[in-house]
Design a protein around this ligand. Structure first.
Ligand SMILES: Nc1ncnc2c1ncn2[C@@H]1O[C@H](COP(=O)(O)OP(=O)(O)OP(=O)(O)O)[C@@H](O)[C@H]1O
Length: 266
């Protein structure tokens, strides 16, 4: 962008600025559709109507026009400039220890806590938080004013679903349970209640695996295989036809009848 106007004498600069303001004023008065063409024509006429005493030579006049044109055509129009330009006026970077503006205070943050009804509500997929209770809490977050009405509306549904655990859910939970371990073989003095972390769930699943309760609790034979029949007998063993539960294939398993004296013989 040309800056020739800055090097000119002050009287000439006044004339140029006067022209510039008049042209700017006329430019704002004209319609937006034909503004550039009318502006250019008036600008050219303006040079011919000017007082000869204050007029500049043709070469300089062309430079002035060029200068004004460049200012008008390449500068950002006023209507794009944001209105709130004085945002940074009150901010002085040289000042120190400027207190930080306080964050707006949170309104209406008081929430009413209700005791959970864990003993009543049972959800198979989420034992600690039932689906109905989630609905109640979400509703209370969004509509505190209508909390009482919502609870009244939802509580009948809660009572309808309480104590409901489907049999398929119980069966699924029993299938994913670890193998039963009635007592911890490594803690000889510990009681059964203290060492069985799955005691509560196992009492529900006892009906599904009645044959596996017993023994030393270390063998996965009965949990992984289903004995179908005995298919042979050897000198020191018996052979059984078994079904492997994991892959569903049939296997022959030899049970040793000879007592094992050492762990290395297993
Ligand atoms: N994979 C198998 N499929 C079908 N039957 C089998 C299989 N393995 C063994 N048996 C049956 O079990 C019987 C005993 O087999 P086993 O191999 O145990 O004989 P053994 O070697 O004489 O016995 P031991 O090892 O106790 O001396 C066999 O006679 C056979 O009928």
């Amino acid at each position: 962008m040309k800056r020739r106007g800055a090097k000119r004498p002050s009287n000439k600069m006044k004339g140029t600025l006067g022209k510039h303001f008049q042209v700017q004023f006329h430019h704002h008065q004209s319609s937006s559709a034909t503004s550039s063409s009318i502006f250019t024509r008036n600008l050219l006429d303006f040079g011919s109507q000017d007082d000869p005493s204050t007029s500049v030579p043709d070469l300089d006049a062309a430079d002035d026009k060029d200068f004004i044109l460049s200012q008008d055509f390449f500068c950002t129009p006023d209507y794009i400039t944001p209105d709130n330009q004085n945002l940074m006026n009150g901010f002085d970077c040289n000042k120190e220890n400027i207190p930080c503006p306080k964050s707006p205070e949170k309104l209406n943050t008081l929430k009413s806590k209700r005791p959970r009804q864990d003993g009543i509500l049972v959800n198979p997929l989420s034992p600690t938080l039932s689906g109905s209770q989630q609905i109640v809490e979400l509703a209370s977050d969004n509509f505190d004013a209508d909390e009482g009405n919502l609870e009244k509306a939802i509580i009948p549904g809660v009572q309808k679903t309480k104590n409901y655990v489907s049999q398929s859910a119980v069966a699924l939970r029993c299938r994913v349970m670890p193998p039963p371990c009635i007592k911890n073989p490594y803690l000889k003095d510990a009681s059964e209640v203290d060492t069985d972390p799955f005691g509560n769930q196992r009492s529900k699943c006892a009906g599904f695996f009645p044959a596996i309760i017993g023994g030393d609790g270390l063998s996965r034979y009965h949990t992984d295989f289903h004995e179908i029949e005995q298919i042979g007998t050897g000198h020191f063993s018996r052979v059984f036809k078994v079904l492997k539960r994991i892959d569903g294939c049939l296997y022959a398993v030899k049970h040793s009848t000879r007592p094992l004296h050492q762990e290395t013989e297993r």
